[in-house]
Design a protein around this ligand. Structure first.
Ligand code: FE2
Ligand code: FE2
Length: 268
């Protein structure tokens, strides 16, 4: 099921399939006849539609957020992130099937993948209401790098994807919501508020299973997190951090501040 999602290129088709598979997974769990977790051979990179054109982040044109074109560019970038997130959550299921994990591990990522599918469609609907669509602008090419770098390392994947990249979403989404609220674009505000609320859960699942794996190996989770992020994430973490939502998601300050390019304000 995961590989089928990963090898579907079109965004609307990929997310519809993702939703159907998630519904089947949870229906089987509820009926007491869970779908067995097997092993699979996911592609190194997921299938992608012909558009958007994927560019080096330095070559993606910047637009002013105060303009309608700038707001479309923000939503386009969010749609691209959500589509990658759908694949990231199915990829963790397909790629690490050989690591014995409790069924709740799969529940969490199937639920996350289903939510990302909804997020992609919500943002695509906003883009279309504004006369654009996903694929109309170029997008970042580097989005799958973290997945490739951690393809053999489940704790590394959890550290970098949910606990660094998705946690970064918690930091920046309130500012985005403000931009759309000031512009009176209530549809985008509602979509981003749904995303903001649900992303806390994805970071929390990352932290939960990261701590589980560290505990099973008798490893100190904070030290392991610092080692793995330094190994797989290129560059420092960028404050300001959303300390409240990070705490809600089980990410304490001593996990992320030592990886930032500045010291916490109260330590100055
Ligand atoms: Fe999302
Ligand atoms: Fe997410």
């Amino acid at each position: 099921m995961a590989v089928e999602v990963l090898t579907t290129a079109d965004g609307r088709e990929k997310t519809a399939l993702s939703h159907r598979h998630a519904a089947a997974w949870f229906a089987a769990r509820k009926a007491g006849t869970p779908i067995p977790v097997g092993t699979a051979s996911p592609p190194l990179r997921p299938a992608r539609p012909e558009r958007p054109e994927l560019l080096d982040p330095r070559d993606v044109p910047r637009r002013r957020p105060g303009s309608p074109a700038g707001r479309i560019a923000i939503l386009h970038a969010v749609a691209h992130i959500e589509l990658n997130a759908v694949d990231l959550h199915w990829d963790i299921i397909a790629r690490f099937g050989h690591v014995p994990m409790p069924p709740g591990f799969y529940d969490d990522w199937v639920k996350s993948a289903d939510e990302e599918s909804k997020h992609f469609n919500l943002i695509c609907d906003c883009l279309e209401a504004l006369g654009s669509h996903y694929g109309a602008l170029p997008a970042h090419a580097g989005m799958w790098r973290a997945a490739e770098d951690t393809r053999d390392d489940l704790p590394g994947r959890l550290a970098v994807v949910p606990m660094v990249l998705e946690a970064r979403g918690l930091d920046v989404t309130p500012g985005m919501i403000d931009i759309f609220r000031k512009a009176g674009e209530e549809g985008a505000v509602a979509a981003l508020e749904t995303i903001y609320a649900e992303e806390v859960g994805h970071v929390a699942y990352g932290s939960k299973w990261f701590h589980f794996l560290c505990g099973r190996d008798n490893r100190d989770p904070k030290d392991a997190f610092h080692d793995l992020v330094r190994r797989y994430f290129h560059g420092a973490l960028k404050p300001p951090f959303n300390e409240e939502k990070r705490a809600e998601a089980g990410l304490p300050p001593d996990f992320y501040w030592p990886l930032a390019d500045e010291v916490p304000p109260r330590a100055v």
